[in-house]
Design a protein around this ligand. Structure first.
Ligand SMILES: C[S@@+](CC[C@H](N)C(=O)[O-])C[C@H]1O[C@@H](n2cnc3c(N)ncnc32)[C@H](O)[C@@H]1O
Length: 289
């Protein structure tokens, strides 16, 4: 299948502009609210309510987790590389009536922008977008620097190691009704060695008002490069940049990806080389097989 290989920023912009074109209500209609609600349930179970504490979403995209955290009473800053996504996040915050500060920022530069500012940092669906060698570690070091001592870190990520080992090349992602027809989306993974995969979204768009040139279907496919970020690599990188209490949370099925929490050690424990007393220690940083 032919596709355009895009930079991260161009991929997400192309994806969002595609939906805005085929379904101009996609930014304002209520479909995204369901995703915010699901994130709210998930984040409340892991991080609790904010009560005015400060949270950074380091890869906020169109705002799913950032808006959920704002609804939970966190004082939210959302940062993302893709300016177009940040604009959509601002629109959605206004529609929900919540306050959040959204900015364009690369997660590899967080330490320069937000040193020691947050009680929690979250990053969902994004860390493997940093595909170059050393990039993941730089991003994690920036998130660590953005946390106050004792602050919590949370990640959700697709398990690409499992996906490339178990999934078929083409995977049906879904069908969406749009004003003049429908869009069927298929995912595809082009594996590059054992470290990278090019992830392709192919949209088969039916527009009943038109023919292209002799039927109403047209295909648009774009892809971007992702790192196959193995759980062991993530756990080691977290430890190396100074996190402790790394926990891989249970997931019903590997297709759901993995959720991880960790902590920036409290100042006195870090200074003395001591961790928490045993009664508050979470499970050790051993990723599930
Ligand atoms: C799959 S989207 C997830 C967005 C949002 N967290 C969610 O779950 O709806 C991944 C996001 O990560 C962002 N991203 C990728 N690399 C980044 C980087 N180096 N710094 C900041 N954001 C980045 C992309 O722009 C994109 O918005």
């Amino acid at each position: 299948m032919g596709f355009r290989l895009l930079s991260i920023e161009d991929f997400y912009t192309a994806e969002e502009r595609f939906w805005e074109r085929v379904d101009p209500t996609s930014v304002t209609e209520d479909g995204w609210r369901g995703a915010v609600e699901a994130a709210r349930t998930d984040l409340e179970s892991v991080l609790g309510r904010g009560d005015g504490r400060a949270a950074l979403d380091a890869s906020c995209g169109t705002g799913t987790q950032a808006l959920a955290l704002a609804l939970l009473g966190w004082r939210v800053t959302g940062a993302d590389l893709t300016a177009h996504s940040v604009e959509i996040a601002r629109t959605r915050a206004a529609r929900l009536g919540v306050a959040a500060d959204f900015r364009v920022c690369d997660m590899r530069a967080l330490d320069r922008h937000f040193p020691g500012a947050f009680d929690c940092v979250v990053t969902c669906g994004a860390l493997d977008n940093v595909s170059e060698a050393g990039g993941v570690r730089r991003a994690l070091a920036g998130m660590h620097a953005a946390l106050r001592p004792g602050g919590r870190w949370y990640l959700w990520l697709r398990d690409l190691e499992w996906v490339v080992a178990h999934e078929t090349r083409y995977k049906y992602k879904g069908t969406r009704r749009v004003p003049h027809g429908q869009v069927i989306t298929v995912e595809d993974w082009h594996v590059e060695g054992d470290a990278h995969v090019v992830h392709v979204y192919a949209h088969l768009h039916e527009d009943r008002r038109r023919t292209f040139p002799d039927e109403p279907w047209q295909t648009e496919a774009f892809g971007y490069r992702r790192r196959i970020l193995k759980k062991a690599e993530l756990a080691a990188s977290l430890r190396d940049v100074g996190f402790d209490q790394t926990v891989f949370l249970p997931q019903a099925h590997p297709w759901e990806g993995y959720r991880v929490t960790a902590r920036k050690p409290a100042a006195e424990a870090a200074a003395s080389g001591r961790g928490d007393p045993p009664h508050v220690r979470l499970r050790p940083a051993r990723p599930p097989a």
